[in-house]
Design a protein around this ligand. Structure first.
Ligand code: PHE
Ligand code: NA
Length: 522
């Protein structure tokens, strides 16, 4: 319980803040990569099904929980969950909703700081006339602590600290600061995104003759958008789709609860939740798929994209491709692209800061300023190892292994576990009758009754399927042979990425070993 009486200034402010929370680096860096790695059009159907059967219901659950908890003056998941379930367990479980944020924010803000630095380098024309390999190398040099690409030593650390300071400053202005950042950031990223998406759509075969004889931007779009129905029976694709859905909607982490706890008790949540959710999906499936993939396919060919799809593309390849557009346009494109990523990133990292702020203010009566500063310092402390690990590796490959590992635990698995628990809490412990009434109170839309049953049965069951699926992920994601192996008495062969094997574990150890010996996996 607290004396904190902050509330959102306006409905548009709330929707933009929630949309800004959801729209993030995940829409532009994670979605295209997940889609390509899971077969393009094969990914899209499970992904959209997950939106309807898990995404929307969980958004409604989290918005309802948040507004409900906020009525009692609670602004973070330990206390919000505590108001909904009597058992002490829930209060402690809610602590997840603080720590996952810290864990994710510490690497998320690091990537955000790269986007800042790349805006700077795009303006100053660093990439002008560089070879493709040199642009890629630039990234690795940038990440090497102590090195400098601008004359500032320790450049990556300096930008990281600037980025954290900016986050801290905005957070210290309270909800108003967050709301203002969203009102600037979200429209800006939409404008920048529209410009780049237009370019992606109209690029066609422009780049072809120069670089790759039969490259065509449309191949990228066709690859992403030609649905392949046989993927529906592939659990690995479903796992990836569900994981992306969670990450992109920012659910399962406590940020949505926290934002919703500042909604006035009589205001709508049903329609607002859907609006913010759809806005995120629009940015993801439309803008997110019209930029990196088609532009890269337009110059380098779709086969190159399939082989090289990865997180590094955004930093290692895009500046080089923009450079093909001629001096002013290419610098501008760089500013738009990294500026877009920056705005997308900061409106999300601010969201990761607010549960901590709420918790410190409610529980320890911290002032807004001290709460914000304590967040900045904690992220700096947790984030520095990330920065250091990056620099141990000089070839970028190890970085991505580390990231995948970290992203998997902090950014996917814990979200699924948290979301499963809260779906059960909401529908079965708080009770669906009360839950449904809570959602409908003040509602500006008719919520189809269908969703009541989805929330009770489908969402929790799907979530558990996702959880157990990743626990027992068979070798190579090949479920059919795993089952036939089981029935013919050969046991179940676990994949290295199954949680069970990861716990036993190879994953981190290998990463560390590889980090000290980069050539081995290069
Ligand atoms: N949804 C954000 C993105 O797509 C990431 C995020 C996750 C933000 C959880 C806040 C909380 O990048
Ligand atoms: Na998102």
């Amino acid at each position: 319980m607290s004396t904190n009486k902050e509330a959102w200034g306006s409905r548009i402010g709330l929707i933009l803040a929630m949309a800004g929370n959801a729209v993030g680096l995940g829409n532009f860096l994670r979605f295209p990569v997940q889609a390509v790695q899971n077969g393009g059009g094969a990914f899209i159907i499970p992904y959209l099904v997950c939106f309807v059967l898990m995404g929307i219901p969980i958004l409604w659950i989290e918005w309802s929980m948040g507004r409900f908890g906020g009525k009692g003056g609670n602004h973070s998941t330990p206390f919000i969950l505590d108001t909904m379930g009597k058992a002490r367990f829930w209060k402690y479980f809610g602590v997840f909703g603080i720590f996952t944020n810290i864990a994710v924010a510490s690497y998320y803000c690091y990537i955000e700081s790269w986007t800042m630095s790349y805006v700077f380098h795009s303006i100053s024309g660093t990439f002008t006339g560089m070879e493709q390999g040199a642009v890629a190398d630039f990234f690795n040099t940038y990440l090497t602590i102590g090195k400098s690409t601008t004359g500032i030593p320790y450049e990556a650390v300096v930008f990281y600290v600037i980025c954290l300071a900016l986050n801290t400053y905005i957070l210290s202005r309270g909800l108003k600061g967050v709301e203002r950042a969203a009102k600037i950031g979200v429209p800006m990223l939409l404008i920048f995104g529209a410009f780049l998406a237009f370019r992606g759509l109209t690029l066609g075969t422009d780049g072809a003759s120069a670089m790759h004889p039969d490259s065509n931007a449309w191949d990228g779009l066709n690859f992403l958008w030609t649905p392949q129905f046989d993927s529906l029976s592939n659990p690995t694709v479903w796992l990836a789709a569900a994981g992306q859905m969670f990450f992109t909607l920012s659910v399962g982490m406590g940020t949505v609860h926290c934002y919703a706890s500042y909604i006035k008790s009589k205001d709508d949540i049903a329609l607002n939740a859907v609006s913010a959710g759809f806005m995120n999906e629009f940015v993801e499936v439309v803008l997110g798929s019209l930029i990196v993939i088609p532009i890269a396919a337009g110059y380098l060919g779709i086969d190159w994209v399939k082989e090289n799809a990865g997180f590094g593309m955004a930093f290692q390849t895009m500046p080089y491709l923009f450079d093909q557009w001629g001096s002013v346009i290419s610098n501008l494109a760089g500013v738009f692209w990294f500026g877009l990523l920056f705005f997308a990133g900061i409106t999300s990292s601010l969201a990761m800061g607010t549960p901590w702020m709420g918790f410190m203010q409610d529980e320890f009566s911290f002032s807004r300023k001290s709460a914000a500063w304590s967040f900045g310092l904690i992220i700096l402390m947790f984030g520095l190892p990330t920065v250091l690990i990056y620099q141990v590796a000089t070839n970028g490959v190890v970085d991505q292994i580390f990231f995948n590992e970290y992203d998997y635990w902090a950014g996917t698995m814990s979200l699924v576990v948290f979301a499963t628990a809260e779906a059960v809490l909401f529908a079965w412990i708080f009770g669906m009758k009360r839950g449904w009434a809570e959602l409908l109170s003040g509602s500006d839309m008719k919520v189809p009754v269908f969703f009541k049953y989805v929330m009770m049965y489908v969402t929790p069951l799907l979530l558990m399927a996702v959880f157990f699926g990743s626990l027992f992920l068979p070798q190579g994601g090949d479920w059919a042979s795993a089952f036939s192996g089981l029935f013919s008495g050969n046991g179940w062969q676990l994949d290295n990425n199954s949680i069970i094997l990861m716990l036993q574990n190879t994953g981190l150890k290998e990463t560390m070993a590889a980090a000290s010996n980069p050539e081995e996996i290069a």
